[in-house]
Design a protein around this ligand. Sequence first.
Ligand SMILES: Nc1ncnc2c1ncn2[C@@H]1O[C@H](COP(=O)(O)OP(=O)(O)OP(=O)(O)O)[C@@H](O)[C@H]1O
Ligand code: SF4
Ligand SMILES: [Mg+2]
Length: 393
Amino acid sequence: MKNSKKTTKKATNKSSDYISAKDARRIAKENRRITDEFEKIKNRKNVPESEYTTEMKNSNNLLEVENLHTYFFTDIGVVKSVSGVTFNVPKGKTVGIVGESGCGKSVTSLSIMQLVQRPQGQIVDGEIRFDFDKAIYDIVKIPTEKMQDIRGNEIAMIFQEPMTSLNPVFRIGLQINEVIELHNPEMSKEDVKSRTLEMIKMVGIPDVEKIYKMYPHELSGGMRQRIVIAMALSCDPKLIIADEPTTALDVTIQAQIMDLLRNLKDRINSSIMLITHDLGVIAEMADEVVVMYAGKVVEKGTAHEIFHNPSHPYTIGLMASRPGIGDKKSGKLFSIPGSVPNPVDMPNYCYFRDRCDRAIDACNGEYPPQIFLSDTHMVTCYRYLKDKGEQND
Ligand SMILES: Nc1ncnc2c1ncn2[C@@H]1O[C@H](COP(=O)(O)OP(=O)(O)OP(=O)(O)O)[C@@H](O)[C@H]1O
Ligand code: SF4
Ligand SMILES: [Mg+2]
C-alpha cells in the first residue's frame, strides 16, 4: 500500500490516479516510436541466416533463455512483464515453471514461440537459443517470415483452454490434417489422413474414425484437450510448451492428460516446459523447477532441490502450503498476503520485500544478486549472500 502512490507516479500526472490527456498522448507517441523500430527489424525480408544463427552454451540443452525482457507498451506506460528471465530446458527433460498469477509465465512461453501480441508486446532484450538440429537459432532475432515456417514444427504449445486452439466450424480430422499438411507439404492426402488417425489414437481416443468427422463442440473438454495435444504433437515437436494444460478440466481427466504427456514425451523423446499452479503436478512431472515472481526468476534448481530445500522466502511460502500425502486438499498455490508491485513501475529493491516476513537489513539495498547454493540451485535473496559472507569471515 505504501507504494501505491509511487507506482502510478511515472505514468500519471502529479501522482493522481488519472493520466492527463497530454501524458496519454506523450506515452502513445513514445510507444509508437519504440514499437515501430522493433517492427521494422522484425518484418525485414531476406535476412541472412547468419544474423540469427548462434551457439548453445551447453549442447545438452534444447532451449536456453537468457536475460529475456518482454515488455508491453500500453497507454498507461510500459508493462515489464518479463524482466531478465534466464533458464534452460535440457534435451529430453521436463522443466516446471511456477509462480503466482501475472508473474510472466505465459508471456515467457509466448516469447519462445514469437507469439507475443505485437506491436504492443515486444522482446526488448535477451536471447532465446534453440537447437533446431540443422542449426542453432536465436529466436529473438528470427524474422517473422522465417518464424512462420519453423513454429509448430519444432515447438508446440498447448494452451489452457482447448477451444482457443480449435476452429469451431471445421471437423476435427480436417484441422489436424491441416497442421500436418502445413508442415509436410510433400505428403499425399492418404498419408496425411492416416497420420491424423494415428495421432488421434495415440492420445488415447478409441473411436478414431468417428472422432475424425466430429466438430469440436461435440466433444467433452477432456477430449478436446486430447485433440489439441494430438495436433500439437502431430509434427513430433522437440519442445512441448504446456501452459496450464489441465486447469479447465476435472481432476481425473487432469491426471489422464498428465500421464499422456509423460508417455508421449518418452515416445518421441521431446522436452516439456510445463507451466502450472499445481505443485503436485510439478513434483510428479518435473526434473527441474523454475520459480518466477513479478517477471523474474527468484529461484531455480532440480526438483529435488526446490522441494527439499526451498530457499527463497516466496518458494518457502509455496511449499508450506503444499497439501500433505493423503491430504484431500488440492495442490493449488496458496496466496501470500500483500500484492505484487505494479509492473509499470517496479521498485529498485527486492520485488518481494513488501511481502517478505524474513527481510534483513541488506534487503533495503538494490535488487538481490543471483546466488548459487549448488551448481544447479540458484536463488536471488540477500539472506544467502549474508550467510556466505559470515562463513567466509
Ligand atoms: N497483451 C498484454 N498487454 C498488456 N499487458 C499484458 C499483456 N499480456 C500480459 N500482460 C501483463 O504481463 C504480466 C504477465 O502476464 P502473464 O500472462 O505472463 O502471467 P502468468 O504468469 O501467465 O499468469 P497466470 O498464472 O494468471 O496465467 C501481467 O501483468 C499481465 O497483465
Ligand atoms: S532479499 Fe530480503 S526481502 Fe527479498 S526475499 Fe530475500 S529476505 Fe525477503
Ligand atoms: Mg498464464
